[in-house]
Design a protein around this ligand. Structure first.
Ligand SMILES: [Zn+2]
Length: 275
């Protein structure tokens, strides 16, 4: 579960490890170099603009269900470039199909028609920084939800920066696919999280939540698969040791069962070590 709003924007900085990070091995078959973070280290990531990140990791498209038209509900801080990348489309075609003339006017909650797509695929932006040294796994302790839902829930709590987690693994509700990886606004802006109130964990730890209540149910396989892929991607890029990847309940001082007593922790750590 998420905890406590905190802190302010922390612009991209600390790029001393960029060259090392760029040498990190390819994950999967889809990896794109995008932009030159070294020349503009303080550039903020803005919606509808390609992120000032060194790497974006994509899984290949799953062609299992064939090409189809789908509707996509725009998530928090989600721009057209990200949406186009997720669906393997170009920005221009999405603009044409939805009569959009000004991409900056696309708003969260807006429903967009995406024609002829194999569906969404993970798209994980990786920012060159040394600040992320830990990962905390949570569950949302809700039955349903997408990043848009969790974002509005946290905004209603008075957290002005929205969803407290950096990433969400969807459970097939809220219009999302089972196991879909969503990226939150805080990650896109490289801000502190609001998920683990103990000490400086919101500053140093990437917060990832699986949607659902895993004190009451078992984690579906495809959610586990994509959680492992996401955590392995982050772990390898930021060189985070396995001992720094913990459940919320294992953070010193935390009094919580999160991510739930049925969360398969041993299987998760075993699969992570195989990456
Ligand atoms: Zn938690």
């Amino acid at each position: 579960m998420a905890e406590r709003e905190s802190m302010k924007v922390d612009c991209l900085r600390s790029i001393s490890r960029v060259r090392t990070l760029l040498l990190w091995g390819l994950i999967g078959s889809g990896l794109f170099l995008s932009g030159c973070a070294t020349s503009r280290p303080t550039q903020r990531v803005m919606p509808n603009v390609r992120p000032a990140t060194a790497l974006t990791v994509n899984l290949p498209m799953s062609t299992g269900s064939g090409m189809r038209d789908v509707y996509h509900v725009v998530g928090p801080y989600e721009g057209l470039w990200r949406i186009a990348t997720i669906y393997g489309k170009d920005v221009g075609s999405i603009m044409r199909d939805n009569n959009i003339t000004d991409p900056s006017k696309v708003k969260k909650g807006q429903r967009l028609l995406i024609r002829n797509t194999y569906g969404p695929r993970p798209n994980i932006p990786l920012f060159p920084t040394t600040r992320w040294t830990h990962i905390v796994i949570h569950h949302t302790a809700t039955d349903v939800g997408s990043a848009l839902d969790i974002d509005s829930m946290h905004l209603k709590k008075g957290w002005e920066n929205g969803m407290g987690y950096d990433f969400l693994i969807d459970n097939g509700t809220g219009g999302k696919m089972l196991g879909q990886i969503e990226v939150g606004p805080r990650w896109l802006k490289q801000m502190d999280g609001a998920h683990t109130k103990q000490g400086d964990w919101n500053k140093k730890a990437i917060g990832i939540a699986v949607v659902g209540n895993y004190s009451e149910e078992n984690l579906p396989t495809s959610m586990m698969d994509n959680l492992v892929f996401l955590v392995a991607t982050l772990k390898n890029f930021y060189q985070i040791p396995d001992r720094n990847i913990v459940g919320h309940r294992d953070v010193p001082g935390a009094a919580t069962e999160c991510p739930g007593k049925f969360f398969p922790w041993n299987e998760f750590k075993r699969r992570l070590r195989m990456y």
